[in-house]
Design a protein around this ligand. Structure first.
Ligand SMILES: [Zn+2]
Ligand SMILES: [Zn+2]
Length: 244
C-alpha cells in the first residue's frame, strides 16, 4: 500500500521518540526523557521556604520570613520548585537565549509537577487565571521566546484554568534588570506594565515567570493586577535566586 501523505512525518516522529536522548544536564543517555533520573534528583530543590516570597526561612515552620512580615510584598504567595544555581542557571539560559526545547521541557515539567503537588496539598493554591510576565516586543524580537509565556501555557494546560496571554503588557521598554541593585530595579520598572483586559473581579491570578531575583518585576506586575481588582496573586517561577 502506498504511503499516505503525512504518514512519513508521523513515522519519523515515532522513530524520533524512540531514539535515546542526551540528558540536558550531564549529556549522557537519558532514555526517552530529557533529563536522567540521577540529574533530576540532584537538581537544587528549594525545600521549605517563605510562603510569601519563596526565600528560605530562618526557622523552619514559620509561615513567612521576617522581611515579608515587616514589609509585605504586593503578592500573596510564591511557588518555586528550584534554587537558581547550577545546573538550573544553565538550563534557563539555554532555554531563553538558545531556544533549547529539551531544556524548556525539563523546566516546565518540574514547575507543572510542583503545581500538581501544591494543588493536591491545598485546593485553593490553584489560580483561576494564568498571566505570564510580558516581555517587551523589542526584546521578544531579538530573543524570539518569552519563557514566561511558554511556562504559563503549560501550567494552564495542566491545571485546566485559562491563560490570559496578552492582557498584561509592557507599556514601555525598560533597560535589562541584569546588574542593577534592588532599588534601581524598582525605579527602572515603575509604570512599565499595564493591564488591558477586563477587571479581574477578585479572581486568584497566577503570575508566571522563569526566575525571581529581587522580586521587583513580579511586584510591579502584581501592583498593576491588584489595581485592576485581582483578589489574590500567587507567583509561579521555576527558580528562586537566593543571593540577589
Ligand atoms: Zn544526567
Ligand atoms: Zn518572605
Amino acid at each position: 500500500m502506498p504511503c499516505q501523505p503525512g504518514m512519513n512525518s508521523w513515522v519519523n516522529r515515532c522513530l524520533d521518540a524512540l531514539q535515546p536522548r542526551a540528558c540536558v544536564a550531564c549529556g549522557f543517555d537519558s532514555g526517552n526523557a530529557n533529563i536522567c533520573v540521577s540529574c533530576r534528583a540532584d537538581l537544587p530543590w528549594l525545600g521549605p521556604c517563605c510562603d510569601r516570597c519563596a526565600l528560605p526561612l530562618a526557622k523552619a515552620g514559620d509561615p513567612a520570613c521576617g522581611q515579608c512580615l515587616a514589609h509585605p510584598p504586593p503578592f500573596d504567595a510564591s511557588h518555586a520548585p528550584l534554587r537558581f544555581s547550577f545546573p538550573v542557571n544553565r538550563l534557563v539560559h539555554g532555554f531563553k537565549f538558545r531556544r533549547d526545547s529539551a531544556m524548556g521541557q525539563v523546566l516546565s515539567e518540574v514547575l507543572c509537577s510542583h503545581m500538581t503537588t501544591r494543588a493536591s496539598e491545598c485546593k485553593t493554591a490553584l489560580p483561576d487565571l494564568w498571566v505570564p510576565v510580558p516581555m517587551h516586543r523589542w526584546r521578544l524580537a531579538s530573543r524570539m521566546l518569552n519563557p514566561a509565556f511558554f511556562l504559563a501555557q503549560r501550567l494552564a494546560a495542566r491545571s485546566g484554568s485559562p491563560l490570559a496571554p496578552h492582557r498584561l503588557r509592557r507599556s514601555r521598554h525598560t533597560p535589562t534588570q541584569t546588574g542593577l541593585g534592588a532599588s534601581e530595579r524598582k525605579s527602572n520598572l515603575r509604570g512599565a506594565f499595564c493591564w488591558t483586559g477586563q477587571p479581574l473581579k477578585s479572581l486568584h491570578v497566577g503570575l508566571v515567570d522563569d526566575v525571581m531575583t529581587t522580586g521587583s518585576t513580579v511586584s510591579e506586575c502584581a501592583r498593576v493586577l491588584k489595581r485592576n481588582q485581582a483578589g489574590y496573586i500567587s507567583i509561579w517561577i521555576v527558580a528562586r535566586a537566593l543571593n540577589a
